[in-house]
Design a protein around this ligand. Structure first.
Ligand code: TNX
Length: 553
């Protein structure tokens, strides 16, 4: 029963989904047929893997099902069992696709381990939401008999997590990874450094963490009220900080990899570097030392562009590359104000020596040094879209945050980048900035950076928007939601801002446009909210009575 015939006969029966009642899959799969029966997971169930390539996925599912069911669920190398995993060479499923048939047993097949893992995540969603509970729930575990064939639309399905503004303990990061993986997201862009804190141990520069990981206080309330000297800055004077040791990083990277999540580390440069300059003042442009920053917002402190500073960045990145196998290394490049360069005689002299026209060219020069270094180590640079003007290696990727689908104002950035050979990750601040308010009624929400980004705006965002030419479209790797954490002091708060909007993101990233539907999404979210409750993931409750009235929540 486990031969190729089964794989083949599964295919023709399947129709495209209209989200049959009771199935609450997020993201919605490509093809789905409900067979009208039920299957029960019983305490004696055996999980089998038919070949060694299917072993990890089988073990991971057993591990995910044990806590809530309390079942032993032995995992065996076998081609028969109650839940059977098998790798196949069905290339129509792509690198990450899978097929799942639940009939008198569960059969899950895929060309690769990622697909088997995603199939197992779908299987979990077919079970009652209690299956996400970390403690045993005594009940029956029935699921509908179905046939599913599924594969993602985009290969970059990301969330950016900012742990520089507030340190997030290791176990919280692991929990966040679990929540992402259950939604078939596969990229965690980890913003590890910024003006307010340096969060990764670098052996060659110990002061980055002994000094740079700690700040003496945090601005009280909204930073905007102090901007331009409106009021004297008030901080809570509570020391805040923390960092990941290299062992912590390895553990987190492995944990993510086991869940098919690539962690893309970001070391932001040449701006957003005040924490490093606090640790090593010689990296900066000022005569006086600075402290790790205690407030938020764009800022003018910047690295100097000396060769020695470029070398520092390379040394840091060399250690980063030893820890992160990601093909992409993010070097920031955003919001680097040039006033400290403009007003500095030594830097003006450097600019002339290097034959550069202005300080924008100086920034490009800086980023290009780093690009060459990453390329020499077989990695690809990725940076915020400010880097796009700088003549980078063709395979550098651009994180396109100024993407706006409503007025095309950011379109040129993407077209120019694609014309220069760069891939794009759509990280639009008009649709994918999850640090923005979830309600127009700001006083009913926890303090946020500003703006308004309701769930429906996220859901209806189309990353391949009207106005992009074919070449640009072909360069879009995928999409990413941003969790800038200025106003998110802990995981609970990060989760509140992330969910449910990251569920909408998962559907943009995975589901084909013709299968997206906001009405059924909201229905499915009713069950997803129960899954979040069962796994103690904080989330902003959807007001289901008002949810279909746009922008009135
Ligand atoms: C801009 S968009 C930033 C971040 C802030 C964010 C807040 C970008 C590349 N940089 O430094 O945290 O706005 O929304």
């Amino acid at each position: 029963m486990m031969d190729k015939t089964e794989t083949k006969t599964a295919q023709p029966a399947i129709q495209t989904p209209a989200t049959p009642a009771g199935l609450a899959l997020i993201p919605q799969p490509a093809e789905l047929a409900v067979l009208g029966r039920e299957w029960e997971l019983k305490s004696g169930a055996i999980i089998a893997y038919a070949d060694s390539g299917a072993r990890h996925a089988a073990e991971r599912l057993a591990e995910q099902l044990r806590p809530a069911t309390g079942f032993e669920l032995p995992v065996r190398p076998d081609s028969t069992g109650d839940i059977i995993f098998k790798t196949t060479n069905d290339s129509s499923l792509g690198e990450e696709g899978y097929a799942l048939r639940v009939s008198d047993h569960v059969f899950l097949w895929a060309p690769g381990e990622a697909g088997l893992f995603y199939g197992a995540q779908t299987l979990r969603q077919l079970l009652p939401p209690d299956v996400y509970s970390p403690v045993t729930v005594s009940r029956t575990w029935k699921l509908p008999a179905v046939e599913i064939r599924d594969l993602p639309r985009f290969k970059w399905r990301g969330l950016m997590l900012d742990v520089a503004r507030y340190f997030m303990p290791k176990n919280d990061v692991l929990k966040f990874i679990d929540t992402m993986a259950a939604l078939k997201l596969n990229t965690l862009h980890w913003h590890l450094t910024d003006d307010q804190g340096w969060r990764i141990e670098i052996k060659k520069y110990p002061k980055l963490t002994t000094v740079g990981a700690w700040r003496d206080g945090t601005v009280v309330g909204h930073a905007e009220q102090y901007r331009d000297g409106k009021k004297p800055l008030k901080t809570d004077e509570v020391r805040h900080g923390g960092f990941y040791t290299q062992d912590d990083v390895r553990e987190i990277v492995d944990y993510a990899a086991a869940r098919h999540i690539t962690i893309v580390p970001e070391i932001d440069m040449p701006g957003h570097m005040q924490a490093a300059i606090a640790a090593y003042p010689e990296l900066g442009c000022m005569d006086k030392p600075v402290a790790v920053r205690t407030t938020w917002g764009p800022w003018n402190v910047i690295l100097n562009p000396e060769d020695s500073t470029v070398q520092f960045c390379k040394d840091v990145l060399a250690e980063v590359m030893d820890l992160f196998p990601s093909p992409y290394i993010h070097i920031g490049g955003d919001e680097a104000a040039k006033d400290q360069w403009e007003s500095n005689e030594r830097i003006q002299q450097l600019r002339e020596e290097r034959g550069l026209k202005d300080m924008h060219e100086m920034q490009s020069w800086f980023i290009r040094q780093i690009d060459d270094f990453l390329v020499s180590r077989n990695r690809r640079l990725v940076g915020w879209d400010e880097i796009a003007e700088g003549g980078l290696a063709k395979n550098a990727a651009v994180m396109w945050w100024r993407a706006t689908d409503f007025d095309n104002s950011g379109t040129q950035i993407a077209m120019d980048a694609a014309a220069a050979g760069h891939d794009l990750i759509v990280a639009s601040n008009s649709a994918l900035y999850f640090d923005y308010y979830q309600s127009k009624n700001e006083s009913a929400e926890p303090l946020a950076i500003g703006e308004f980004l309701p769930l429906e705006t996220v859901y209806s965002f189309e990353p391949v928007f009207v106005g992009l030419d074919e070449k640009t479209t072909s360069h879009i790797l995928g999409v990413q939601g941003q969790l800038w954490a200025e106003y998110m002091p802990n995981l609970k708060h990060v989760e509140y801002m992330a969910f449910p909007r990251a569920c909408a993101l998962a559907e943009i990233a995975w589901t084909r446009i013709e299968h997206k539907n906001y009405t059924t999404f909201l229905e499915r979210m009713k069950v997803q909210e129960k899954r979040f409750d069962a796994s103690a993931v904080n989330h902003r409750k959807i007001n289901h009575d008002a949810a279909l009235t746009p922008n009135k929540k």
